[in-house]
Design a protein around this ligand. Structure first.
Ligand SMILES: *Cc1c(COP(=O)(O)O)cnc(C)c1O
Length: 386
């Protein structure tokens, strides 16, 4: 990447912060020991992992014993859902139609195998949940788990977790939250207090890839994801990844500490982008009036997104057609289908996702390039010709 690259695909992954890289490097060189070893080579590593666990716990208003490190956000979601279903020997699970595949596919697979019953809640045109419908779906004594995301990776729409938690807990079920897109974007306090299981992933908040975690509130019954040497209090066996864990902890600390400041700046840039594109013919902002995280602008165009993405890339602009995971897929996004956006419109979906590194000059570059690229694609495709 060079200075002419405008990177606006931060919901897919973020650039690792150089301070995080510096903090990680010793764990590849001098501090290469096993965190579970009692001798001098392991000891410093043990201490660093313990310190990182305390840092993460502080950020999440939890205790260190409630933090389980995993190899990804996907693994954390799997541990939460599979772990609760296994610990309850089945039961009923509730999730939503707009979850990340790490949640939706996991729930569907368990239901297909007969390991649980599943309700997938619909969303309205703004990507929001009907809380009465959520409440009506709960079967006290049967529903063991409700799994909802904090903010949506494609649209940025935020779910009202405190209200959801009240209803879930009244039915004596557990609340798992896929918080992968929320860290560093939304204030964690006081909402985090209402969550029983919370998944996160370092590479979505300027940390390294290949490390994530799950907050498991004390007293939450959860079966282990892997069995073996009993690391992570028996919930996730496997030799710890000290460099990754140290990197995750510092990245989370930086993200949480600076969140309110960054949020204001990022919101201003996103709003400038959204307002500046208002004149592009046929462009529609997705869920403009819904509560959204400040970094995400999702929109649909009256033409295919694919040639627009190619045109933007040629001018150094990186964004995505909805979500990174569904790029190249012919199926329209399941999130947009759930919101009732028709397939032809969904094929014109573009997602710009900003970060604390995004500059006003980059936004202005997009405002200059996008209308031109869209006009070219419209002319070629014949859309709007009389
Ligand atoms: C990226 C993402 C995940 C998966 O996290 P990985 O660490 O990439 O496996 C899960 N949920 C959401 C909402 C995401 O955006």
């Amino acid at each position: 990447m060079n200075e002419t690259t405008t990177y606006l695909d931060n919901n897919a992954t973020t650039r690792i912060d150089p301070r995080v890289v510096d903090a990680m490097l010793p764990f590849f060189t001098t501090h290469w020991g096993n965190a579970s070893s009692a001798h001098r080579v392991g000891r410093g590593v043990t201490a660093a992992v313990a310190q990182a666990r305390r840092t993460v716990a502080d950020c999440l208003e939890a205790t260190p014993g409630e933090v389980v490190f995993t190899a990804s956000g996907t693994e954390a979601d799997n541990l939460a859902i599979r772990g609760v279903v296994a610990a309850n020997r089945g039961g009923h699970v509730v999730t939503t139609a707009v979850e990340h595949p790490a949640v939706l596919e996991t729930c569907r697979e368990l239901a297909q195998r007969g390991d649980c019953e599943l309700t997938v809640l619909p969303v309205n045109a703004d990507g929001g949940l009907d809380l009465d419908e959520l409440q009506a779906s709960l079967r006290p004594g049967r529903t063991c788990l409700v799994s909802v995301m904090w903010s949506n990776n494609e649209t940025g729409v935020v779910f009202p977790l405190a209200e959801i938690a009240d209803r879930v807990h009244a039915a004596e079920a557990l609340l798992h939250v896929d918080g992968v897109q929320a860290m560093g974007k939304l204030p964690l306090s006081p909402t985090v207090q209402h969550i029983d299981l919370l998944a996160f992933s370092a590479h979505k908040f300027h940390g390294p890839k290949g490390v994530g975690g799950l907050l498991v509130r004390r007293g939450t019954k959860i079966a282990p994801a892997t069995t073996g040497g009993g690391q992570e209090r028996g919930r996730r066996s496997g030799t710890e990844n000290p460099a990754g864990i140290v990197g995750l902890a510092l990245a989370l600390h930086l993200a949480v500490q600076e969140q309110p400041n960054h949020d204001r700046a990022i919101a201003a840039l996103r709003d400038r982008l959204q307002a500046g594109l208002a004149n592009v013919g046929g462009l529609q902002v997705t869920a403009p009036d819904a509560p959204r995280v400040s970094n995400t602008l999702h929109l649909t165009l009256p033409v295919e997104a694919e040639p627009v993405l190619v045109g933007l890339d040629q001018e150094g602009i990186c964004c995505s057609a909805g979500s990174a995971c569904s790029t190249g897929a012919l199926e329209p996004s399941h999130v947009l289908s759930a919101m009732g956006i028709d397939a032809s419109r969904a094929h014109g979906a573009l997602r710009f996702s900003l970060s604390r590194e995004t500059t006003a000059a980059e936004i202005d570059h997009v405002l200059e390039v996008l209308p031109r690229v869209v006009a070219r694609v419209v002319a070629v495709s014949g859309v709007g010709r009389g």
